[in-house]
Design a protein around this ligand. Structure first.
Ligand SMILES: N[C@@H](CCC(=O)N[C@@H](CCS)C(=O)NCC(=O)O)C(=O)O
Ligand code: FE2
Length: 258
């Protein structure tokens, strides 16, 4: 009986993995990394129009990201953030100097940008589209970018792999984060691939199904979750005093990292 149940559970897991949608042949996806802040930057593009977007670019890598766009013959349309970061300076300001791109962030972030977005807005590049979900909790202005067609979501610091963003600075609120994850991210199809803004253990992506089963914080009930978040006792990010003021004005604009 035990063996049968185990086999059934295993098959259920495999079927969820089988449901994963492969990227369309006209969709470019690159995951880039900053080893200092463990930040992921994502380059997405349309192979036909060559329009591209960068999610969560890092200041020190703006030239790398610009060069990659050039190498792939892409026109950067938007340099956009999932939230006003506290641990690194965004590359959006620098990328605006290097290209004709526009910066984009949520209205609720309180940060400057060319374009402000909100729940139910969408970002398009070529024929591709990212829907925007407001997923506050780590900060007030946290958003998740979601592509139904590709079956992927960029969760910023709202949901990390087997973790989540801390809620002890900026406008952090653990109850709000819990509801953002449970009502927005966890209601996406189980096979949706999730790409966070950071990972500190070398993992690169997860799925809704995986996190609903395995996230050590978000599988708990609200009360237990709040208690966990109240007791994380993490040191403040080293860059916070520099990063937050810079990110409030869309990053810095000098042409070279110091
Ligand atoms: N040590 C790093 C900061 C690490 C950190 O605080 N990460 C944030 C996300 C970036 S704002 C976080 O929410 N972590 C959650 C967790 O459980 O680790 C540094 O000094 O920059
Ligand atoms: Fe953050």
């Amino acid at each position: 009986m035990f063996a049968v149940r185990n086999a059934r559970n295993f098959c259920n897991k495999l079927s969820t993995m089988k449901d994963q949608i492969p990227f369309s042949s006209d969709f470019i996806f690159r995951q880039l990394f900053d080893t200092t802040s463990s930040t992921y930057t994502y380059l997405l593009a349309d192979t036909d129009t060559r329009e591209a977007v960068l999610i969560d670019p890092v200041f020190e890598h703006a030239e790398r990201d610009f060069q990659l766009c050039k190498d792939l013959n892409l026109k950067l349309k938007y340099a956009m953030n999932t939230h006003m970061h506290a641990d690194h300076i965004t590359g959006t300001g620098f990328l605006k100097k290097l290209t004709n791109c526009k910066s984009l962030i949520s209205k609720a972030s309180g940060a400057d940008a060319d374009i402000h977005v909100d729940e139910s807005d969408a970002v398009t590049f070529g024929r591709h589209k990212l829907q925007i979900f407001a997923t506050p909790g780590h900060t007030n202005g946290c958003i998740t970018y979601y592509s139904t067609e590709q079956g992927i979501a960029f969760t910023g610091d709202t949901l990390l792999i087997r973790g989540c963003g801390r809620t002890d600075f900026q406008e952090g609120n653990s109850e709000t984060l819990y509801h953002s994850v449970h009502k927005k991210i966890f209601t996406l199809p189980p096979a949706t691939k999730l790409y966070p803004a950071h990972d500190y253990k070398g993992l690169t992506s997860t799925t809704v199904d995986e996190e609903k089963r395995l996230n050590p914080r978000l599988t708990k009930n609200l009360q237990e979750f709040v208690k966990i978040m109240d007791n994380l006792n993490l040191p403040y990010p080293k860059m916070i005093d520099k990063a937050v003021p810079a990110n409030k004005v869309c990053g810095v604009f000098e042409l070279s990292p110091q």
